[in-house]
Design a protein. Structure first.
Length: 369
């Protein structure tokens, strides 16, 4: 069978790679073309475009890159038409993917969506497009099934969260070896996860690292994104207790005492590695003002959304400043506070379902063809 997969960012690349591994197990003759990243490329198939060329965030930023986005949509449609896949699998990335799905449906292609767009957060009106253009939806958050089926009468499959697989399958790395290989000393590690896109990294790193000199007994280690060069991060390493590792986020989290994390998938990854965290987010002020008016959620981190309570502290926009980060970091370094937080993390993992999301999704896709 021929599969066409579209993932538009780093988290999609990770889940796309695990899905591809599972598809090859289910269908040994699978022929896969995809938009994604290095992880998917390492599994096999043919990479059409790397997510580095696609990742624009925020309302204003998207406007600036509209010509590039429209051109990519054109390239994608032509490539699908030439390849004639048995199924197109969309992974999150709704602004792009729902446009392709609308066209693909009219062209007679089967459309499957793995990892639902977060329409429960904003643009709930997209349910109309999803019902019309998506043949099968595989959701990964427990509350999404109720949202789709009870509220919108649209049947979906809850497959469990693929991050549990990704973390479960990640080979354990010896702590001594990890520190030695990455020129880290023996001080406990505070992991800094500033995101994967240049825009957000630039906004977040300065403020996240502004507390480094207040905690000299720790080393602050930046998790470098695979899509960015070291030269880009160099200007932020202004203190001797600030270190850097590239493309080793899971190894870093395995060895971290606490973490400062930009909102997104990383907040959940950090919790599943059982690392106490503070969630930090600062967008461009225009994008933030627009978002505030149209996003109806109580929380921005997946940890809190899934638990439906504030398990981890969220420092958003003006609250994301040196003073507040310092206060919250001190809290999560306190042993009693940590213990309570770690117990909540155990409940979170139970809610997400067990391992096997990628395998279950691959099996359902292959069986449906």
């Amino acid at each position: 069978m021929k599969y066409y997969i579209i993932a538009g960012e780093a988290s999609g690349d990770l889940h796309g790679a695990n899905l591809m591994k599972a598809l090859y197990k289910e269908d040994s003759s699978a022929d896969i073309r995809f938009w994604g990243g290095d992880l998917m490329q390492n599994v096999g198939g043919v990479l059409v475009k790397h997510y580095r060329e696609l990742a624009f965030m925020g309302f204003v930023e998207v406007l600036f890159h509209l010509k590039t986005i429209l051109n990519n949509i054109k390239i994608c449609k032509k490539d699908i038409a030439d390849f004639q896949p048995d199924v197109i699998i969309f992974i999150d990335y709704p602004g792009f993917n729902l446009r392709i799905a609308k066209w693909a449906k009219t062209e007679g292609f089967k459309t499957h969506y793995y990892i639902s767009p977060q329409i429960w957060a904003w643009k709930e009106s997209r349910i109309t497009e999803i019902k019309r253009d998506v043949d099968k939806m595989y959701v990964i958050l427990p509350f999404e099934k109720d949202f789709y089926e009870k509220k919108h009468h649209y049947p979906v499959e809850f497959v469990g969260h693929p991050l549990i697989d990704a973390i479960h399958n990640h080979p354990a790395m010896d702590a001594t070896v990890f520190r030695k290989e990455n020129q880290l000393n023996d001080k406990p590690i505070i992991a800094i996860l500033p995101g994967s896109r240049k825009q957000e990294i630039t906004k977040m790193l300065s403020v996240m690292l502004s507390v480094a000199h207040d905690f000299p007994e720790y080393q602050f280690v930046i998790a470098g994104a695979p899509s960015q060069e070291f030269s880009f991060y160099k200007g932020f390493i202004t203190n001797e207790n600030i270190k850097f590792v590239s493309n080793k986020t899971y190894d870093l989290l395995s060895n971290a005492t606490t973490a400062l994390v930009t909102s997104g998938t990383a907040t959940l990854e950090t919790a599943l590695f059982k690392v106490p965290e503070v969630v930090c987010y600062k967008g461009s002020s225009i994008s933030y003002q627009i978002a505030k008016r149209i996003i109806t959620l109580k929380y921005i981190s997946l940890v809190n959304l899934i638990m439906d309570e504030e398990v981890v502290t969220e420092l958003i926009q003006e609250d994301c400043n040196t003073k507040r980060i310092h206060e919250e970091l001190k809290k999560i370094l306190d042993s009693n506070y940590r213990q309570n937080l770690l117990e909540k993390y155990d409940v979170l993992e139970e809610k997400l379902g067990g391992i096997g999301a990628s395998e279950k999704t691959a099996r359902l896709i292959v069986e449906s063809l």
